[in-house]
Write a protein that binds this ligand. Structure first.
Ligand code: SF4
Length: 164
């Protein structure tokens, strides 16, 4: 499992100031993807316990509201084990900070069946569709994508969108 970069302070991906990690590897190859440098599963650097603890340490201050996990594709079968380990550890240490993640997979078809949903608060799902691109959308690039409240969706067994 590999990663592209870790940002100490990210104000663009989720509410408030956050730590973010961009994993490496995505098989979707959406037209005009915002981050094609992350497609190669062999690119970037190795991601392991050292990076997880670095992220935990970066998030310790009160002004850091949570962790954002992006890609690449954090939910790809090659990456999901590390995503799960990171999210689980983060929630153990910071139960009151939120975890947001972005995935090209659909929540109801794939993501909700994965262990990682137990630790994630919000998932923005769906591939980027260039024809549906809209720069005015918040947290997502194209109108097919959904900003999903994971806990409410699991409880009610249907997709509930996140409301600020
Ligand atoms: S799913 Fe995301 S990272 Fe992957 S190609 Fe599409 S926009 Fe790029």
């Amino acid at each position: 499992m590999r990663y592209n970069k870790i940002r100490k302070m990210d104000i663009a991906n989720g509410p408030g100031i956050r730590v973010s990690v961009f994993f490496q590897g995505c098989a979707f190859h959406c037209k005009n993807c915002f981050n094609p440098d992350t497609w190669d599963f062999d690119g970037g650097s190795e991601f392991g316990d050292e990076q997880i603890e670095e992220i935990i340490n970066l998030a310790k201050e009160d002004h850091i509201k949570g962790l954002s996990i992006l890609g690449g594709e954090p939910m790809h079968p090659k990456n999901i084990e590390a995503t799960t380990r990171l999210a689980k550890r983060f929630k153990e240490v910071y139960p009151n900070k939120t975890i947001w993640s972005w995935s090209g997979f659909l929540f109801d078809e794939y993501i909700k069946k994965q262990e990682v949903v137990n630790y994630i608060d919000v998932i923005v799902d769906g591939q980027f569709v260039d024809e549906l691109r809209n720069p005015n959308l918040k947290w997502r690039g194209s109108s097919n994508q959904r900003v999903i409240d994971v806990k409410k969706s699991l409880k009610e067994n249907k997709v509930i969108l996140y409301e600020e």
